[in-house]
Design a protein around this ligand. Structure first.
Ligand code: ZN
Length: 886
């Protein structure tokens, strides 16, 4: 059934306290729940309807007396409830070891774990499983002591005891009222890394990271990240740790990255465990950001939570923004900050822009859903973070911090809406460009789609004025046409043709202003801004730092882009110029059907970037990387994925060949000799070295200097860290070099005991550049590998998602075999884990943009999935929305 935002009603009862008791057994766990219910006087009296799924109900008591009830679908309905406060006691069982969906209480690696967001608590016991019902929890866990020595839940440990029959007990109490989605328990054989800290406020806290015995050495980075997060949130937003004990637990079977359960964060081991031997620089970076993300949720999500799931971006968009700011602050140098920003924007464009243009397009605050798990999306998370970033751009960094303080002053302990957040930021900044346009700004929450921003400049040499005309249009999305203008902050600078920054004075301002960068705010369909005293025709540098999540059409040609690439003080736009130059050439080839030939001007510019004396290696690696095939496809109205791939592959080869000597130079001169650290300086060098090596190996397999595959092979053996080892291995695998098979076999043998590395081994092969169908054939073969399983989400993703989601050329085949494979895997996964299946189903979001024969074949595959009776809500919603585009 369809749930609509406008249908929100407060519950008839609140649940104020819960006393939960678990007798944990894998096959059958007994749950006793004693609740204090309080009549919500604000709404009319009616029956009590509790959520419950896959449960076995044993008894229901109200104030100690058994009562009659009905079960309807996934609801337990008690018709004759008092029109007053009362005690409710429920007893039921559930079956953790049968729970392959990994939602609710499940077993993994011989332990018990929970995942309750969004609606998993109802798979543990009957409850008002909605985020506006906040209760104080007391939890008693009883389990076999030998098999489950650690018994954890939210809050503070009240008591432990030894029981008969080898069992033991632990009792926990969480003083903070919370919604059921933040409940967690863990019962397993784990060990912890511990750290005591004293925060600025002078309070002592115990931080713990729990993992399986052999993994303890891999928790140092996570612990350091956690400490840094605590320090940062206090310094930047004055938000202290509010718990005596903060626990983080790793588990290998997990549907996403991690979960912010109050005081007991649970992590996918892939997002927690790190060591130089098994993790790449990117892994270290990602772990730091996810540890921070979950920690920051303690305030943005837990202390102030969401009234209903339509408000999900209230916590997710804000918390992603906070983790992005944290990562930038940790990066320290301006250049490393810019690299962070570039990576975030790359991800947004690769994931969120296609989402906004496809069957699942939805606003940051969606209006309806069938299955809320389908809305943990790039739009809610990443576009939501951009919306929060725009608040900060409009009110300034200090103004934003003031707004956050007012938000917590008003709403601590409450379940609120995105509007409440907007109001707090605006009210804390009266007269600001946000407050004066708040209603218009709110359209970012209600309108789906990526706005198109057009910019055209006209220089008047006689008047020495430069008139910049900005206009916007927002394309229709399913169920939404006729959109209204949004508030678009446009950070900009003007450069002279020689690349000097020009002072920016708008007509009517007194000439005192000498700023060379400022923010224009577009809030109409079209507006013009006149700059005065402009000495010559400038080159505009627009949307600096990607100041709004829009598609910019600035009409600039090669000459202007080359000025920006060379001279822009804004590193983001400098990078953007490199991408635009590549994009123009690739799109030209795809649109004309002519083979791509890179011109000397472009190659010289790229060589100049690579050889530049001052640019950061990390920046160079990003600028020299070609745009994602998915991002290129978004620029086309009709997509032939093979034509896109052919153009990118040709560009890659020509870049490899033309710059061979420069790649070799870069490879030799950026080697890291110091001991491993994932810091931005070292990781930047490794990124450039690995890119160079990939280019050199590619060139060798196309007739260039043949020494490089052998050097890559040797490097895999000699490497002292995973970044270098994996970089060299992927250089061989992507180029389909002769040594690839033997290198893959050696790598597998070396790491067969490390599940997270075996995931990388599968992923690398699933993502390998396609050539004559070899990659696709290899994936089909790997599906039968002894280490492959659909049951573990990391493993399923490593192979299947790598192919279907991240390897368009291997996936979109003229013979439709990729789509047939997709349909089979969606159905197979759906029977095990609907959330993971739903995610895989999303691969077809953009099927209507495909050219024939892809389009027709894709439709057929989607129809085949949709035809399956008893699909999960997750997959059904995705495929029905896809077919609705037809
Ligand atoms: Zn989150």
């Amino acid at each position: 059934t369809l749930i609509r935002r406008e249908d929100y009603v407060a519950p008839v009862f609140w649940i104020r306290t819960v006393d939960l008791c678990f007798d944990l057994e894998p096959a059958k766990t007994l749950v006793t729940s004693k609740m204090r219910l309080e009549r919500n006087a604000g709404v009319p009296h009616g029956p009590l309807r509790l959520h419950g799924e896959e449960l076995n109900l044993l008894r229901v008591l109200i104030d100690g007396e058994s009562v009659s009830f009905r079960q309807e679908g996934h609801e337990l309905i008690i018709d004759n409830v008092p029109d007053a406060d009362f005690n409710l006691e429920i007893r039921n069982t559930c079956a953790p070891e049968k729970n392959t969906a990994l939602s609710g209480l499940y077993t993994s690696g011989g332990g018990f774990f929970t995942q309750c967001e969004a609606e998993g608590f109802r798979r543990i016991t009957y409850f008002l499983d909605r985020p506006d019902v906040m209760a104080v929890y007391t939890v008693t866990l009883r389990a076999d002591k030998a098999r489950y020595p650690m018994l954890l839940s939210n809050g503070n440990l009240l008591e432990t005891a030894t029981l008969d029959n080898g069992r033991h007990l632990a009792k926990w109490h969480d003083p903070f009222p919370k919604p059921s989605y933040l409940f967690a328990l863990v019962a397993a054989d784990l060990v912890a890394r511990e750290q005591r800290i004293r925060t600025r406020a002078g309070k002592d806290h115990l931080l713990q990271v729990y993992v399986r015995r052999g993994d303890l050495e891999k928790t140092e980075h996570a612990m350091n990240s956690l400490i840094a997060s605590v320090v940062w949130d206090e310094a930047r937003f004055k938000l202290p740790l509010d718990l005596e004990r903060f626990m983080v637990v790793g588990v290998s079977d997990f549907n996403m990255g991690a979960m912010e359960n109050k005081g007991l964060n649970i992590f996918n081991t892939a997002a927690l465990l790190a060591s130089p031997a098994i993790s790449t620089d990117a892994d270290f970076h990602r772990i730091e950001s996810i540890v921070a993300h979950e920690y920051f949720h303690n305030w943005t999500g837990n202390r102030v939570t969401c009234r209903d799931w339509f408000q999900l971006s209230l916590k997710e968009g804000l918390t992603v923004f906070r983790d992005q700011e944290f990562s930038q602050d940790m990066a320290a140098t301006p250049s490393a900050r810019a690299v962070c920003r570039i990576q975030d924007v790359r991800a947004l464009r690769a994931m969120q822009f296609p989402e906004d243009a496809g069957s699942m397009a939805h606003a940051v605050r969606p209006d309806q859903y069938v299955e809320i798990n389908n809305f943990y999306t790039a739009t809610v998370y990443n576009k939501g973070a951009e919306v929060v970033r725009m608040y900060q751009t409009l009110v300034g960094r200090e103004g934003f911090a003031k707004g956050m303080s007012l938000y917590f002053e008003r709403h601590d302990g409450q379940a609120v809406t995105c509007d409440d957040f907007a109001q707090a930021i605006a009210d804390a900044n009266p007269g600001s460009p946000l407050s004066t346009r708040l209603d218009t700004f709110r359209r970012w929450y209600s309108q789906a789609g990526t706005p198109r921003l057009q910019a055209r400049g006209a220089y008047d040499a006689d008047a020495r004025t430069y008139t910049l005309t900005l206009s916007q249009a927002n394309p229709a999305t399913p169920g939404q046409d006729g959109k209204q203008p949004q508030v678009i902050p446009v950070a900009l600078g003007l450069l002279s043709r020689e690349g000097r920054p020009l002072p920016l004075t708008l007509q009517g301002e007194d000439g005192g202003t000498v700023a060379t960068e400022r923010v224009l705010v577009l809030d109409q369909a079209e507006q013009s801004f006149v700059f005065v005293d402009v000495a010559g025709e400038p080159v505009p540098s627009l949307l600096r730092g990607f100041s709004a999540p829009v598609v910019l059409d600035d009409g600039l040609g090669d000459a202007e882009l080359l000025v920006l690439l060379k001279h822009d003080s804004d590193a983001f736009n400098r990078w953007e110029a490199s991408q635009r130059l590549a994009l123009a050439r690739i799109l030209g080839a795809v649109r004309s059907g002519e083979p791509l030939t890179l011109d000397a001007a472009y190659l010289d510019a790229m060589r100049a970037v690579l050889r530049h004396a001052d640019l950061d290696p990390a920046f160079k690696a990003l600028a020299l990387q070609l745009p994602d095939e998915a991002y290129i496809a978004e620029q086309l109205t009709e997509v032939d994925p093979q034509a896109v791939h052919a153009a990118v592959a040709a560009a890659q080869e020509q870049l490899a060949t033309a710059l061979q000597a420069d790649w070799a130079w870069a490879f030799e001169t950026h080697q890291v000799s110091a001991g491993y650290s994932p810091d931005p300086v070292q990781s930047g060098k490794r990124a450039l070295v690995n890119l160079s090596l990939a280019m050199l190996v590619l060139n060798a397999t196309r007739g260039g200097d043949g020494v490089w595959p052998g050097r890559a092979y040797q490097r895999i053996k000699d490497a002292t860290n995973m970044t270098d080892r994996l970089g060299a291995l992927s250089a061989l695998v992507n180029a389909h070099a002769e040594l690839a098979d033997s290198a893959l076999a050696r790598f597998h043998a070396q790491f067969k005991g490390e599940a997270l590395v075996i995931d990388k081994w599968f992923a690398m092969q699933g993502r390998a550049a396609e050539q004559d169908g070899k990659t696709f054939a290899r994936v089909k073969q790997l599906m039968k590998h002894a280490d492959f399983t659909l049951k573990n989400p990391n493993r399923a993703r490593s192979l299947i998602f790598s192919l279907c989601m991240f390897n368009p050329a291997a996936f979109h085949r003229a013979d439709a075999a990729g789509y047939v494979f997709w349909a089979e895997q969606v159905l197979a996964l759906d029977a095990i884990n609907p959330q993971v299946a739903g995610r895989l189903a999303r691969v077809m979001d953009r099927w209507t943009a495909l050219a024939e024969p892809y389009r027709g074949a894709a439709r057929e595959a989607i129809v085949r999935v949709a035809a399956k009776p008893d699909l999960s809500n997750d997959v059904r919603e995705i495929v029905e929305r896809a077919l609705a585009l037809d």
